[in-house]
Design a protein around this ligand. Structure first.
Ligand SMILES: [Zn+2]
Length: 118
């Protein structure tokens, strides 16, 4: 995949996440419930697909994050992020706590400065 196509793909995913994240503020309760019914299983499936690529191998290393020269011990950063956001606090935090947590990790990438949203 060339660089431009990769950037387009990544922007599309970031924009999708922006849309999903803004739904609680912008959609009415009925629409939100409807979207949640379809999107929550899809998000869970996306996490499963991503995490399955980062399952530790027989040596306890992540096969995806490891290189020939550097072994990445499991749980790798993908699993750590999954645990932090899905288990450790994601479901129990208030929006204010989530905001401060996101600021600390700066997971949001500056994709807007790239090719732009159109
Ligand atoms: Zn990994």
């Amino acid at each position: 995949m060339d660089q431009i196509l990769g950037q387009v793909l990544r922007n599309a995913v970031w924009e999708r996440l922006d849309t999903l994240a803004s739904l609680p503020d912008e959609a009415d309760a009925g629409s939100l419930a409807s979207v949640a019914r379809t999107e929550l299983p899809r998000l869970a499936q996306a996490w499963r697909a991503m995490l399955s690529a980062h399952e530790p191998d027989s040596r306890g290393d992540c096969p995806t994050c490891s290189t020939r020269w550097h072994r990445s011990k499991a749980p790798c950063s993908v699993w750590q992020a999954a645990h932090e956001h899905l288990v450790a606090g994601g479901l129990a935090q208030t929006p204010e706590q989530r905001t401060s947590s996101e600021g600390r990790h700066a997971l949001r990438m500056p994709h807007v400065a790239g090719l732009g949203a159109g």
